[in-house]
Design a protein around this ligand. Structure first.
Ligand code: UFG
Length: 329
């Protein structure tokens, strides 16, 4: 039996495949390479280039392979882009989930682990955020992921497809060897953008506002290492294998770091001074996003290994230093 990873050529998908292969799982990947990278595809996995919105592609994969479970990353994930192109997000993310679930039901595949996000909460009602807190997304990206969760909920009740939805906070870092890492076009995430300064690819990093109600006025985020996220997917898979009921879990370190603190930490890691400029607030940025991951720790027995933010940045630095222009393919 194999695990089908939808979106296995993307950032978090490729790191999860890396951990799955390491733990002895048989892996099949489907990716349309719209945002994923051919060079991020694990050589040990069987790869299908195709779009999950095409049911023929999925039916072919389910027929040609004995798929026990699906781990689903195949989605667009840029907040700003989603505000400009909501229909693109509803098509790729929501319609993609529709076709995937239809094909899973048709082919008798009963387990799915889903890549969700803190963006399902929107502006948090309290800190740290717990799974039962209000979900009120402030952008189409978060809305699309919340709709996808709800689709799985109803399909689990009607058709017996059990799901685990993992709501990540700020994914960061890379495998320690620097073999795979983060490469988005355009890049909008803080850590890769900060590291472009010491790489000489950017003159300075703009801080998006220092008038937030936080200790230094800049936004607090909960940075969680991509390999810790990957491990949580494997634990979620085993939880479903053991008969666990459909469930939702937050994944974060439970500690908030400000934009300014992240820049200082990156200066320590790279040994270089990083030039900053003060900008205005970015629309839709909550002041703080910090997870309570107690539920994942208790039920999935998840223990993040990268609890030191400098260590997280160091693994990102190794990747970006070795691959200043990202993947070649
Ligand atoms: N930031 C800057 N300057 C930059 C880029 C980012 O100051 O050039 C700040 C942002 O304003 C924010 C923090 O750095 O306060 C982190 O920003 P990111 O874009 O790296 O991450 P976000 O917190 O906006 O987004 C993350 C995930 C999304 C997810 C979201 C949940 O990357 O997928 O959390 O709200 F949707």
């Amino acid at each position: 039996m194999a695990v089908l990873v939808c979106g296995g050529a993307g950032y978090i998908g490729s790191h999860t495949v890396y951990q799955l292969v390491k733990s002895g799982e048989k892996v099949v990947i489907v990716d349309n390479l719209q945002t994923g990278h051919r060079d991020a595809i694990n050589k040990e996995a069987k790869f299908y280039e195709g779009d999950i919105r095409n049911s023929e592609v999925l039916d072919k994969i389910f027929t040609e392979n004995e798929i026990e479970a699906v781990i689903h990353f195949a989605a667009n994930s840029l907040v700003g882009e989603s505000v400009e192109k909501p229909l693109m997000y509803f098509n790729n993310n929501v319609y993609g989930m529709q076709i995937l679930l239809e094909s899973m039901v048709k082919n008798g595949v009963g387990k799915i682990v889903f890549s969700s996000t803190a963006a399902t909460y929107g502006e948090p009602e309290k800190i740290p955020i717990e799974e039962n807190d209000r979900t009120a997304p402030t952008n189409p990206y978060g809305e699309s992921k919340l709709i996808m969760e709800k689709m799985m909920k109803w399909v689990s009740r009607a058709n017996g497809v059990n799901f685990v939805s993992l709501r990540y906070f700020n994914a960061a870092g890379a495998v320690e060897s620097g073999a795979i890492g983060e490469d988005h076009h355009p890049e909008t995430h803080l850590i890769p953008l900060i590291l472009q300064v010491p790489l000489g690819k950017r003159d300075h990093i703009t801080i998006f506002g220092d008038d937030y109600p936080t200790p230094d006025g800049t936004c607090l985020r909960d940075y969680i290492h991509v390999l810790d996220l990957a491990d949580a997917h494997i634990l979620a898979l085993n939880y479903l294998r053991d008969g666990g009921e459909s469930n939702v879990f937050n994944l974060g370190n439970g500690q908030g770091f400000s934009v300014k603190e992240m820049i200082v930490a990156a200066e320590k890691v790279t040994g270089q001074k990083i030039k900053t400029e003060m900008g205005t607030r970015r629309a839709g940025d909550p002041a703080q996003l910090i997870a309570s991951s107690d539920k994942a720790k208790k039920i999935l027995k998840w223990t993040p290994k990268f609890t030191n933010v400098e260590k997280i940045i160091e693994t990102a630095w190794t990747w970006h230093k070795n691959n200043p222009d990202g993947y070649k393919n």
